[in-house]
Write a protein of this length. Structure first.
Lengths: 367, 151
């Protein structure tokens, strides 16, 4: 009896083993797509190992499409046009694509698997995006929840960016965080310093990256990032400028002003910075100092809820009512905004009501 | 009941360090379906639907969102403030779309209750009836939430 049971168990184990081996072999054969070619813009060809997502395959070859969700197919930032190959559209992609995008065969590169040769079209500016290694060379506490961090690039490395653009910081595993994440932050230093960048980072409650930055990073730590990304940058015109920012939205505007200081400008410029109370203001002295640098520049911090102890003598309320005196010719005014979507919406509306053209309002919204 | 493969996948995304620093389950060791069933029963006892609660939360967030700098008094007794941070978060259930990193704090001045929620909480309650696990950073106790929002 016992012998029979043992024999049956052995037979069952044997069959299971054979099936497992067959499965492994089948998987190797079926999932082995060999080398595949990715043709980019008809100009460049990459050879990659088939079977991975287009986003990660491109990343391995140092071509970095933006991504805010780490390839989960939920942010829609990694869109690109597929000219040939790429397989059928997946149900995970459809909700994030417009009718026009579907018609143009725009796909989410994180969802497209490279299983055969593929041709894609991406903006040429993507080729300027690179991965950088750096060392933390300075950490400044600007406020109770905002830090300025300077990342010094490795010896011999330089970064070419436009004032207003952003990078994606890549975290390292720490504490309970087992995987790397990447998050976008505007560069706050000027492009003329190309061997380092400064970022201004506000601590986000429960944020994986900002907690890492605020509580783990220290001088000398090594950090990787990719960039530069984005089309929020200063336009080379002679129009008057209205800058409006709140919170860590000061970063790209600081970069633009420092850049203008280097290249020189005669443009009339007014910078409104909205905050709740005095404890939320930072770099005030530095921004005020630009009034001595430029022939026609004014920095106007506006507090919505100053504490009585603040003894605040400056402007109060929302920034919008103060625009009237700053706009001398709405037809010849550009606006650069960076902050929360609520602020961006309210400011865009107010500017357009005062005659500033919608296509002259450039913004980098937080959400 | 044993969690399904799909539930295990969702619970994996709810772990600390995957989408948020501390995750969505807190110190709750119950399987996801048990957490959902328990909160669903609490809602039934309160005679409120998840849709109704999510709509109310959204209306408060939206109102304070429009006045983006500081607290707003709504309906004469709800003091509401929303802070928006850079970036967005995906839903742990794998829904397409990402949700703003916006945190709303509501204080009901008539009963003194204060509740805090994120944009993702509204989605999780509306679509999944998920109020997060006990002990998580943004856990919303249905009873407290209903009292804060409707009393």
């Amino acid at each position: 009896m016992l012998l029979t049971i043992l024999k049956d168990v052995a037979v069952l184990a044997g069959i299971s083993g054979v099936l497992a081996i067959l499965l492994v072999i089948a998987e190797r054969w079926l999932n082995n797509y060999g080398d595949c070619k990715i043709n980019i813009n008809g100009k460049r060809e990459l050879t990659v190992k088939g079977g991975n997502s287009l986003l990660s395959s491109l990343g391995e070859k140092q071509v970095f499409l933006p991504s805010a969700c780490g390839g989960r197919g939920s942010c829609g930032a990694c869109k690109c046009q597929i000219l040939e190959g790429g397989g059928p559209l997946l149900p995970t992609e459809k909700p994030l694509l417009s009718q026009a995008e579907l018609a143009d065969n725009i796909r989410l590169s994180c969802q497209v698997k490279v299983k055969s040769d593929i041709s894609i079209q991406i903006p040429d500016s993507i080729f300027n995006i690179r991965k950088f290694s750096s060392v933390i060379s300075e950490i400044i506490d600007f406020t109770y929840d905002i830090k300025g961090i300077t990342f010094k690039l490795d010896e011999g490395e330089t970064i070419d960016f436009k004032a207003g653009q952003y990078v994606q910081l890549i975290t390292e595993p720490y504490g309970k965080v087992r995987q790397r994440v990447s998050r976008a932050y505007s560069i706050s230093s000027k492009p003329e310093i190309n061997t380092s960048i400064q970022l201004i980072i506000r601590l986000v409650p429960e944020g994986i990256c900002t907690t890492w930055v605020h509580q783990n990073l220290k001088l000398g730590d090594r950090v990787n990032f990719t960039g530069p990304y984005g089309d929020f940058f200063l336009r080379d015109t002679e129009a008057d400028i209205l800058f409006v920012a709140g919170g860590s939205g000061k970063a790209p505007i600081k970069s633009m002003l420092e850049h203008l200081q280097v290249v020189g400008t005669q443009r009339k410029m007014t910078y409104f910075f909205g905050a709740r109370s005095l404890k939320d203001l930072y770099l005030t002295k530095e921004m005020k100092a630009f009034e001595q640098v430029f022939p026609d520049f004014r920095y106007v911090p506006v507090l919505s809820n100053p504490d009585p102890d603040d003894n605040w003598q400056g402007e109060t309320g929302y920034v919008m009512p103060h625009f009237k005196n700053a706009i001398r010719d709405p037809q010849n005014t550009e606006a650069y905004l960076c902050g929360s979507p609520g602020m961006i919406n309210a400011v865009c509306k107010a500017l357009q009501e005062q005659g500033v053209a919608a296509d002259k309002i450039y913004y980098d919204s937080f959400g | 009941m044993k969690p399904t493969a799909q539930e295990l996948k969702i619970m994996q995304r709810m772990q600390p360090g995957v989408i948020t620093l501390s995750g969505f389950l807190g110190s709750d060791t119950r399987p996801l379906n048990e957490i959902l069933e328990s909160d669903s029963a609490a809602l039934a006892a309160l005679d409120r639907s998840q849709q109704e609660i999510a709509d109310r939360m959204e209306s408060f967030s939206q109102a304070s969102w429009d006045s983006y700098l500081g607290e707003t008094l709504i309906e004469g007794k709800y003091l509401v403030q929303t802070d928006v941070y850079r970036g967005r978060l995906p839903c742990p259930y794998g829904h397409p779309g990402i949700f703003r990193k916006a945190i709303t704090r509501l204080t009901n001045q008539s009963n003194g209750l204060c509740v805090v929620w994120t944009s993702l909480n509204i989605h999780l309650i509306r679509e999944h009836g998920f109020f997060e696990g006990k002990g998580s950073a943004f856990r919303l106790e249905p009873k407290t939430l209903v009292k804060a929002l409707f009393e």
